[in-house]
Design a protein. Structure first.
Length: 210
């Protein structure tokens, strides 16, 4: 960045590590064997681009591991789509989300009860029928016949702290295993708390200024 704007980066023959431990990645000039490319801007003007303008990346990381985005919503707060013909059907039976299907999975699957929400994609796949199904491929999980583990990871959507209940629901999903409902997430030490924030306080996940 240069004055708040993206700018070209200096060319360097070999990767170097600075005093702060932060690496300066190799960006070879054309004279040192670096590549150049000719790009057309708006289909007309041609410009020559060298390594000063290229952001380093690893193409393999774009493919593996698979990242599965996981929904977060309050009870009955999922987005639904309807028209005049199916309004009542959608109202009575809203479609499942990855979160509500996780609750359902934990209600009847003993292994799922040992997992945090973000761990589910490593052992289950999200099916077109909108439910979690056991993986058929992967490494066997010791002590759990029929359970296989893959490299897939789960990513829970980020929630801004200003959306208090959403934010604290997300926080609980990262610290409570095997929840079977929104209400079960609010339960701690025999008490069902009124809000997710209150539950976070009870669990010691939050502190106040007192």
């Amino acid at each position: 960045m240069n004055n708040g704007k993206c700018s070209k980066i200096k060319l360097i023959k070999d990767t170097q590590t600075g005093d702060d431990g932060y690496p300066t990645c190799q960006r070879r000039s054309p004279d040192d064997g670096g590549y150049t490319a000719i790009l057309k801007v708006r289909g007309q003007t041609e410009i020559v681009v060298d390594n000063r303008w290229v952001v380093p990346y690893c193409s393999v990381l774009s493919r593996d591991p698979t990242a599965h985005h996981l929904a977060v919503q309050l009870e009955n707060g999922q987005r639904v789509f309807f028209n005049a013909n199916n309004l009542h059907q959608v109202f009575e039976n809203p479609r499942k989300t990855t979160l509500t299907a996780f609750f359902e999975l934990c209600s009847h699957d003993d292994f799922a009860k040992t997992l945090f929400y973000h761990e589910v994609p490593s052992y289950y796949i999200w099916d077109d029928s909108r439910c979690w199904l056991k993986r058929r491929r992967g490494k066997d999980v010791p002590g759990w016949p029929g359970i296989k583990m893959d490299t897939a990871i789960g990513r829970i959507y980020t929630i801004h702290p200003n959306q208090s209940e959403y934010f604290h629901l997300r926080l609980l999903l990262n610290y409570v295993q095997g929840s079977t409902s929104f209400e079960s997430l609010k339960a701690f030490d025999g008490v069902i708390h009124a809000t997710f924030k209150a539950t976070c306080f009870a669990l010691g996940l939050l502190e106040n200024n007192e």
